[in-house]
Each structure stands twice: as C-alpha cells, then as structure tokens.
Design a protein around this ligand. Sequence first.
Ligand SMILES: [Zn+2]
Length: 936
Amino acid sequence: MNKNLLDLLRYDDEDPFEKEIVLYYQTRKSLKAIKNQSQELYVVSKQWLRQWKYYVEYIEGIAPNQHRDKPGALNSDLLSNENFLLKYPRDHAFNQKIIKLQPEDYVLVNKQMIDVWENVYGAELKILRLVQFNQQGVPSLNVNLLRQPVYINVQNPKRGILQVDENCIIKYWIQLLFVAVKNEFQINVEKIRLWKHKHFQADYAIKQLEEHQGRFNGEILDENLTVGFYKTDLIIIDIKINGKWQYDYIDMKIAFSQQFKHIYEKAYKGCGKFICDKNYCYSNPIFSQIGFDKKTLQQFLIEQFKEETIDWNTVCWNQVIEQKPIQQFEGDIVVTLSALSNFPNSFGASFILNFNNCYDVINYNNLNPELNLQTIQQVNNVINVKILSQWVDNLVQNKKQNIYFVRSIIIIMHFKCFNDLLHQEQNRMLEAFLTLNAEDKELLANYLIILPDEYYIRYIQTIIEILGIFLKKESMKQIQLLKKTEIQYVQQMLELLQVFYKSNIIVKRLNPTKFQIVEIAKLYPKYGDQLEYFQFDSYNKKDLEKYYFTFCQYPWVIPLEFKSEILAIDSRMNQKSQYESSLMFFQPYLKLQIDRNDVVRSALEALSRDDINLKAKLQIIFQGEQGIDQGGLAREFFCLLTQKLFDLNFGMFVPKNNNSILWFNKYNMEMPIKYELIGMILGLALYNQVYLDLQFPQVIFKKLMNEPTCFEDLKELDLEVYKGLNTLAEYEQDNIEDTFALNFTITEAVWDDIIAVELLPNGSQILVNQKNKHEYIKLCINYYLNESIKIPFNSFKKGFWTVVEGNGIKLFSGSELQQLIVGQKHIDLQELEDTTEYNGFDKNSEYIRSFWGFLRSLNEEQQKRFLFFCTGSDRIPVGGLKSLKFQIQKHGENSEQLPSAHTCFNVFLLPQYDSIEKMIMKLQIALQNCEGFGLL
Ligand SMILES: [Zn+2]
C-alpha cells in the first residue's frame, strides 16, 4: 500500500517503520530536485531495496499482514569474488568487490538514509560514489568501478585486476597503491609510478617486458588525469627500491624495429588462427586476398610506417596457434573435437559441407549454414551431455562475436544431448545468449530453420517445461521476490526461446500459442496482472527505481488471457489519466448522441467532433430515449452500427472465399471517412471491451499491427487464387507459357465488366515463364493483400490508431488482436453453465438441468449455433464463455412461442413450457431456423 506523505508525517508510535519510510520518501524527493551539480551518494541494490519495501509494507498492491522477512545486511547481495589487493579493506572504495550492476539494478540514496539503514540492518557493503546530475536532473555515474588490468614485477611477476573509481585522480590512486603494495608484498617501496602501456594487448606487452629484463616502451601517465580517461590494455606499477626503478625505457630505435618486425611477420605468415579479424594479418582473408609478394609487402609496410598511418589497436597481436578446421574425421572424433572446441571459428567451419577453405560459403549473406549432416550424425552417436557441456564451455570461453560462433551454436543444437544441457542451470550456452547481438540472433533464427522438427519441438517443450516448473516453485514461496540471479536465468532462457520463436515466424512449424507459459499468470497468487502491469509500465517509463523485471518484454510467452488483463488495466489507466487531465476542459466520458434511425451518420458526426476524448469511457445516448449507459447501450450501439456498416447492400465490403469472410470493396464510392469510422469502432470496442462480430480474415489484423503479409494469408482471402498460384509455383516444366498462358495482369469483375489490372508497366505484354513466375506470384500476393485495398484500408487503419494508444496494445500480435476483438474459437459449455445467471428460474430445477443436458448433447457446431442465437456471434470472447455474463430469463408461461434472445445483452428468453419434451422440441426448431429468426 502506498502511503501518502501527509499520513506519513503524522507521527505514529505504533509503526516501527515510520521513520525509515518518511526518510526514504524525503530522500527520493530531494534527489529528484537536484539539477546541474554533483553530490556524494550511496548505491543501494534494488534486490535489497525490494526486500526492505516488502518488510516495511511500502510496495504498491501488496496486502498487509503477509509474513515479512527482515532484509539482510545492506547490499550483501552485491559481493563478488574478484579482487586484487587482498589485504586492503573490502569496503574501501578502491578495492570493493561488487558484481556488475546495470542502471536498473540499484538506486541512489544519501548519507542520512544509509546511516539509518546501517543502524537497523547492518551494512555489508557501503558503496559511495560521486554522482553528476545534468540539467534535466538525470544522474550519470559509473557504479561499476573501472576494472584495470595491472602488472607488477617484484620478486615474482604478478598481474591482476584492480578496481578503481573512474573519477579518481591518478596521483591519489598512487598514494593508495603505495600502502596497498606495501601491505601486499611486505617490501619497502620508496616511490611508485604508474606506466601506461601503449599499442599492445596485455599478454603481448607482458611477454615483451619479461624478454627485455623489465624494460619497456610504455608511457608514464599524467598524474593529474582521472583513470577513466585512459583506455589502456595494461597499467604497470613501477616501484623504486633502493634508489632504483624496476623498469627502464627501451631505446626508441629498438622499439621501432621490433614493431616493424612484428607487423611484417604477421602480414607475411599470419598469426596461426584459422581466421583473423585483425588488420595486417595474413590470417585475415580480406588482407590475404590482396596477394602481396614479399617485396611489395615490405615496401607497403615501410610506407605505412613512414606516414604513421598504422592504427596499432587494429594490429594483430595474437599468439595462439589455432587448429585448422577438419573436414574428414580420423582417429578419435571426441578427442579431436574437444581440442577443436577451443577455437570456435575452426569448430564452426569443421561441419560445413564442401568447405575446402573457401570462405565464400560462410560469408554473412549466406543464411544457409550448409552443414554436413552425415558428420553430425556420426558425432551424435558417440557423445554424451558431459562431453557436449565441455565443448560448450570451451566455445563460450573463446568466443568472438562473429558468424563462426553462431555456426558453432547451431552445430551444438544438432546434437541430441543439447536437450539434457538445457536442464543444467549453470549453462554457459545461456550466458552466451545474453551477450549475442541482434544481428547474430537473427542469423541464428535463420539457421534454426534447418534444425530437424523433432529437435526443434523438443527443445521448445523443454525450455517451456523448465521455466514452468521454475515459476511454479517461485509462486509457492511466501513472497515472490525474484533474485537478480533468478531474473538473469529467466531472461537467458527467454532469450533462447525467443530465437526459436523468431525462427517460427520465418518458417511456421508450431502454433504461436505453443510458446506460451501458463505459469506466468500464476506467479503471483494475488494481483498478478497489476504487479505485472506496474513492472511493464515502469519499464516503459524507464523508471529504474521501480522497474524490476517484466515478462512483457517477451509478450509472446504470456498467455493471451493474462495479457488482455494487462491491456484492460492499461486502458483503464489511460482513461483515468485522460479523465484527470481533462476535467477542466473536456467531458470525462466519451458521450455520443446517436440517432437510432440513422446510426452511421450520427456516429460519424459524433465521432468527428474535435472536443471529444476518444480514450474516455464510452457512453451512448440514443436520441429521444431515457436510460444511462451502463455498458448495455454501448454494446447495442456497436451491434447496430456494425450490422449497418457491414451490410452488403451498403457496399463497403464484399464477401469473399465462398462468403466466409468480408473484404474491403475497392470499387466502393463511399467516402474514406466511413472506413475510418469502422477503424475507430474497432478501437473503441477494444478499449471498452466489447466484442464485435466481424468476418474479417486474420490478415486484416496482421496489417493493422504492421506485421508483414505472406503467401499463406491469401488462403483465407481466396482459396481458389491461392491454389492456382501454388500450382504455378510448384510447376517445374518449361512450358509455363503454353500451359498457363498468363501475363503480368490480373482480371477482375467490376459490376458487370471484366477489367485487367497490370501488375507491371506494360504487364499485358509480358508473359509469365519459369524464370519470372516467382516475381509474378509476389506481385499477385501484394496486389490482393495490399495494393488493391490500399486506400480504404489506410483510412480504416488510421481510424483504429486514432483511438488506440498506449503500450498495452504493443503486447499483441495480429492474430491475438483478432481474438481480442472477435473472440476465440472453442466452446467450453461447462464454463457457460457455471456462470449463467437466472431471472425467473431456479438454477437447480429439473427444467433448467434438462435444458443444459440437451445443450451438452449437441455437437460443437450446434452449440455454436446456440451461442450465435443468444449473442449474435458464434465467437467466444477472450477469457472464455465465463466472461460473457450470460443470463436465462423466464419468458412467460406455457405457449407456442419459440425461445428468443436479446442478442445485444446476452439474454436468452425461455418460456416455461409445460413439459421438458416440448422445451427441447421448441429449442430444436429455434436453433434450426436461427439465422434471421428469433432475434429481438
Ligand atoms: Zn591474426
């Protein structure tokens, strides 16, 4: 429960947390006011803060009196094992061992707050940082200390990672080191200076230092700089003992010739890697393709040296001799591959069919990895999860972000024990997934197309099952407080699943609903939708203090029903904020005056006024009628309006595909504004949670959500055309011109005329043949689905998006939007029976029990007919029939009248016939004639 400030300031002896909460509130408020200055602040982990909020009941939406655990010591969750200066105090700013923090992992507070918390809970780690606030009051700081590799050569050469505050001026750092080194090595150091090593990577620089008895060609740091300005590979701590510095400068001339020798060697011989991405290296295929001979190469490098154009950061310093990719496996495959797994590039290339050192087969544009499946099968038979897991560890440890690593992943997935690997929580493959960039993930999604169905489906099932069990375990805890590591695990698994999901979009192998994890909706025993919404909202607002983790980053994994609850909260919040901001100027409700006799015109007029608030709650007033709209009138309005607009005589839509769907009539002369009106109606229905009976094919909803259309979409629009184009696509002989006699036109019936539409300029002159048929098919699909209805559809879309707004809607795919607006497909009669209300009947009477018994005896088709009879739609709303608010009303005593219905209110009117047999007979008659009959 969120307490407001006035309540908080009222001192209350009985609340032991009062002082902390007030102080926290004031701290957060005062920090928001800081602009354009810097301040010393403390970092507090979000994990700890969340525990604290639960403990003191500060968090929104959490019921009081739940069991509350006292949080542990402050920031105890941030400790990590890496350190260098072992004998330096752990909580000292220059030796703090903290795990890497992202901006969403922590909050900032002032000293006063920290002191109170330390007093109450104890502080494991107090992290002080100097924070800069910009003009907008946005704090910028690097919470994570700079990890600087250092090298020291006293008695035994030693290297390590030293953590320094980026903003720390180097001369102070030296003073600190002075004490630290003394403590660490127990030697009398007279002076310390730091050397920055230029050009070289750390390994190479250290090797050089050792070869030249401690001399090196580094460069001393300006002692007044802050460490953050130095992006060096290595800092060497130079120490003066007995009046002698440990390192001397190398002669410039020697250094120069060394450098030249190095670069020449790499350029002439290569570095020993199978493929190298560095410049001036013969192992870089781009460089080696230039084909220098010895003399030209020398000449070229001398020129580069003279002009000083060499960027030493891009020079190859690699020392590793890599094993070459293997095409023929001889000897022990497992041993060979274990060794090879240390080189992802070579490993990735080893399974490529017909590789033969030809780099063309593995360039980025080649989306087909062309794997040698026979070799994979051979390996598959002799390995187990232990071996595979070792390979994965090696590959990840040596990974470079490139195409060969992605190839390694798809190869690993071809081994059936990958499924067992998924069960291991400590899994390097998952770690690697979080760091893959978008391009690599897309590439992998493409590669996944070749993974056999059997594996593909099993992996997806395994991931979903594991996550389901994980979430179920969480949901049974007292408080559902995911730890940072747990969130990381969930995210890693979801990232992995997402690649499978994306691959399924490219080539559909599973119904997208198979990716949903039902346990997500049950993670929180109470207020789940609200808590998830708050997280989603904070995520969108980049409110890092409140944001924790949201499944909404992976909307396809959330069950539709749960998602629509989130959407409902989102639209309520939008309506609320519109209401609050509009009190002064506008109406809090969207009140529409509708003339029953001219619904379309009056709706158009009402909705095109510019002083209305489309996001507000809809209220319908029928002219000349009394009654306040509690939702029923709005539903009636939608009913009347859609009946009218979709009336075929109205001409805006035409039936297609054997009358199963309605499609935009491009030859309609109506004003585009009427299509816009329909778009708005869809939006309003969505916002006000009214289901519309629309006969649109799914592609309309996909287009509304900006999803690309595809060949399959044509199936629902026009099966004949789809079949025809499919036949053409599959036809392999060369006589297409004679067999099909097509040119680049489409013929269409307009009123009584047949007209030809050219798909290309002069299309009627271009015959379709084996070569250009795919172009023809592409143009046809585009014409039918996009081009031909462009004008009316764009008006329609514009109308929809004028009404619909907010982040909630972005969670839905086109097909899900369709379900939200027109309902689901399968009937669960029990759900309907359980939630039905009665007016004039007893729920437990034999009459009513027999009524349900009769309905149960019907097949699904007939049950849908009943649904249509009662509600005017045979679609099932999101959330199932239980959300229908269905009512059975007694409609007079025994008579010959048939049962009827108020379709707009979901009320079924059933007379009290004098026998059950008569009721069933009357019901049968009514259902048989149900279209256009019995509807009130
Ligand atoms: Zn190289």
